[in-house]
Design a protein around this ligand. Sequence first.
Ligand SMILES: [Zn+2]
Length: 449
Amino acid sequence: MPSNKTIVSREQRQIVLHSSVIQEPEHAPLRSVLEKYETITDKILECDDSIDQRTKDIIRNAFMEIYNIARQEWESVRENTEGNTNCSLCNQPNKLIFFIRNKFNGNTLNVGSSCITHFSNLRDANTGESIAKIRSRILRSQDLINRKTDFRLEYKDLEKVLSRYRKILDRSEFLLPEPYYGALSRYIESISNFERDYLSGKIPKSDLSKLKVILELCENYVENYVLHWLKEQDSENKLLCDIQLTTWLENQKETAIIETIRNNNSRIDILIINKIYETSFVEKQLPFLRKQLESLFLTIELYNGRIYVTLDEKKLKDLVFFCSPKVFMEQFGKQVFIPNPANIDVGYCLRNILTLDEPEITGLIEVLNTQYRGNYKFLFDDDTKQVYIIRGNQYVISNFNSITKRLLPYTIRKEFLEISKQMFFERFTGWQPLESFDEDKLYKLGLYE
Ligand SMILES: [Zn+2]
């Protein structure tokens, strides 16, 4: 009983039949058998009596040699990756078709991506690139295109979802504290990584649905933890880091401060408050600062980017001091934001931080002269902006700024009228005898009235 074993496959037959080697006169009997049958099996060789014994022997024993010679005759001319073309060798429709050409007789064949592996030694006629390489390159790019299509189909809203998460992460009303920030960042990262790895072929196609699990976990986390926390926050909380302050800190490249605030549950504490000079932040803190400073008889205002401090004392309310928000937050701010404002060293602040703003001087001179009547006299020289203090037959020259700054620390305790003469005047050194001074000038300034 002859077996149905294939001796010559359809593919081999096609190649040989289109090659020039088969045109050799000695192969004419083989050629007519190949033309008669698409495939040649044991059974055909046994049963077809029209095939002579010599040809049968050639088919059984020497066909592979002829086939190998035939294969060498071909070169690849171009590829086509679109449409469905039937493979000339196996007759299957193929998306990827290689057009190969016989170097000797100019015959061409369409070879599908699987049958082309019979020609692994074949090179592209123009580029010299091997067929194996071309094939794997094209199949890979086709695979990537398919992956992209599958992915977009399965997760068509992913970009929208990710951009929503990124907005919650970086643009929420308040700076997200750790661990919410860290956890959400990691979710976003693993979603993006999954997409990247799937599209690049690192993740098997069968795992495409695994991203759904990550997305569900993330959505659950966002709803039940992150958004829940945001809803719970009190927008009136002056020391909670909001989006404006976050943006400002980001623009200042203050990533360390941002991290510190995150680790502090998004709250600004005393340690970092003096590093924040932003006007809108100071402005936002004003009601809080005002309350703190009320007990110290100071009023505070922000105007034209400057901090103005005024004394809440009716005789001295014309004295206005100012400084920049930066200086204020560096020195004064960190003192104001301590739990017990009574500890604020206002004297230090007045002397070293605040600058006197165009003082209304005559009022204060009057106050001083009333206060120290009989013992001291204060004279102000408008030309030189100097203050002369007369004590008996001695005088000392000072300036308004230093007098005010020495005096003011007492006023905050409402003790202005009780300032001890010794405490105040002992700070002035370099008293001179009055007779050494120009009497006309003293007259002009009003010593002798
Ligand atoms: Zn084929």
